[in-house]
Design a protein around this ligand. Sequence first.
Ligand SMILES: NC(=O)C1=CN([C@@H]2O[C@H](COP(=O)(O)OP(=O)(O)OC[C@H]3O[C@@H](n4cnc5c(N)ncnc54)[C@H](OP(=O)(O)O)[C@@H]3O)[C@@H](O)[C@H]2O)C=CC1
Ligand SMILES: O=C1O[C@H](COP(=O)(O)O)[C@@H](O)[C@H](O)[C@H]1O
Length: 570
Amino acid sequence: MATHTMIAHSSSSALAASSPLKETLPLFTTRSLTFPRKSSFSRFRLRFFAEKLSQLDSSNGCASLQDSGEHLTEEHDTKEESSTLSITVVGASGDLAKKKIFPALFALFYEGCLPQDFSVFGYARTKLTHEELRVMISRTLTCRIDQRENCVDKMDQFLKRCFYHSGQYNSEDDFAELNTKLKEKEEGKLSNRLYYLSIPPNIFVDVVRCASLRASSVNGWTRVIVEKPFGRDSESSGELTRCLKQYLTEEQIFRIDHYLGKELVENLSVLRFSNLVFEPLWSRNYIRNVQLIFSEDFGTEGRGGYFDQYGIIRDIMQNHLLQILALFAMETPVSLDAEDIRSEKVKVLRSMKPLLLQDMIVGQYKGHSKGGKAYPGYTDDPTVPKNSLTPTFAAAAMFINNARWDGVPFLMKAGKALHTRGAEIRVQFRHVPGNLYKKNFATDLDKATNELVIRVQPDEGIYLRINNKVPGLGMRLDRSDLNLLYRSRYPREIPDAYERLLLDAIEGERRLFIRSDELDAAWDLFTPALKELEQKKIVPELYPYGSRGPVGAHYLASKYNVRWGDLEDA
Ligand SMILES: NC(=O)C1=CN([C@@H]2O[C@H](COP(=O)(O)OP(=O)(O)OC[C@H]3O[C@@H](n4cnc5c(N)ncnc54)[C@H](OP(=O)(O)O)[C@@H]3O)[C@@H](O)[C@H]2O)C=CC1
Ligand SMILES: O=C1O[C@H](COP(=O)(O)O)[C@@H](O)[C@H](O)[C@H]1O
């Protein structure tokens, strides 16, 4: 086994710079309001400082901090001026890079969240000039609604910092050339380098090998953001981790799950741990079931080739929904530090029962015509085999074997080509014992339990469904929502998940990235059922494009005496 690592390849000062200990955050003391080096300091804490200084303006918290130069120490200024950040987007010609990564980087620049001295490199095989890359990127850049005035100038400034290098993913020479170009931009300053692997997973290791051996920073940190999928099962995921760790330390690997960067997912812990009214209810004593629901109103159009190798369980459930579940169900972490939170997530994942085939159902969408328009079936995609059994829909019931959650079904449902697009967490509470008002409900009492809904997207919001009296002389009860709709409460645009996660990676904040033991625990829960599904060649239930999905999902829920909450909203 090769023993090179980015650290081994670097000088001793690089070793120090990339050591986790070096990235430990200095503590805030009231004696002096000294800011630590910004690049090693989480935005989370910078906000804390900023609030202390009453300088947080109405932006997302970065511009005000850049503007607060007079409060920074000389030491900070010197370090900031003498360091550079190079962000290399590997797979720059691809869908994700264009759709999400470049726009997120621009948004960070626009908000003043990137360091003074940064450059962005695109790397891919496609032959492009710097100018062609800039034209490509410029098509997807947008400005925040409330600050449009200087948008064009800002875009120009950003695009001037963007460069392109064409190369093969397995060529050390091509990465050595990239290294030369990066060094030109870095001008001998302390250089921090971030690689974003926006490429298919089969070339992750090649890129990491070439980048680590030939294009890692010699005097600053080098970090690599790895996109999903992290393997197809426990074995392949373990193998990927082993291969990556030949070249990188765990601290250098930032495994991204972009759902963790979504505003409402971030808010989950705040809701739970900062409101006395929720935490006491957060257990089997009061919660009847929890539902994690993801739906898209479009199919796998354009991504059929990728999707067919993975399917909806690996694409959405094993990562996005399971991560939300872990945050929802974990015990209170010792602190908000990344390792404390991630350790609690691992604990709860390891307390879960691996998914059983009898606790899941799978579906696949078929072609459908509606309003004179024909919608294709999954297997109509030319990149998908005609006899594919890959699920585009799945529902599953999972359980946590610990004192808090014993017996509570956690139901997941995820599907493509459904009637609507959305992601939400639904918490259905138990009945009020000996309900005084049993006979005053017009509807079935079973529907009259409280429900807390955290709507991740679209129309981000949190609402609590309660029972109330209908005004009038009679005594009829109704259900209403106490509704925190973000659009009304916070009219400012919510940053995209990729913005938050990119900024965190730049700042070395690992809280929202997946640690390797979390990943192992997540795969252990799904691998046996996935294998059985494939070995037994289970045929998915067909559902029409644009429908509510297979009826099997209702049978699964009713087996655990649950009704899907989203259907009652409809
Ligand atoms: N697109 C999305 O919405 C999402 C994507 N992801 C993940 O992000 C990563 C990138 O996704 P996406 O941009 O859609 O991927 P693409 O298929 O668009 O690939 C990105 C780039 O990689 C190169 N590439 C593609 N296929 C191969 C191949 N077989 N061998 C070598 N190079 C190849 C191409 O660049 P060139 O030919 O110029 O070298 C391409 O532009 C993937 O891991 C994906 O799973 C995760 C969440 C959402
Ligand atoms: O990771 C993925 O996520 C997207 C959905 O992301 P969203 O932020 O638009 O909700 C999904 O379409 C894709 O299949 C999957 O790979």
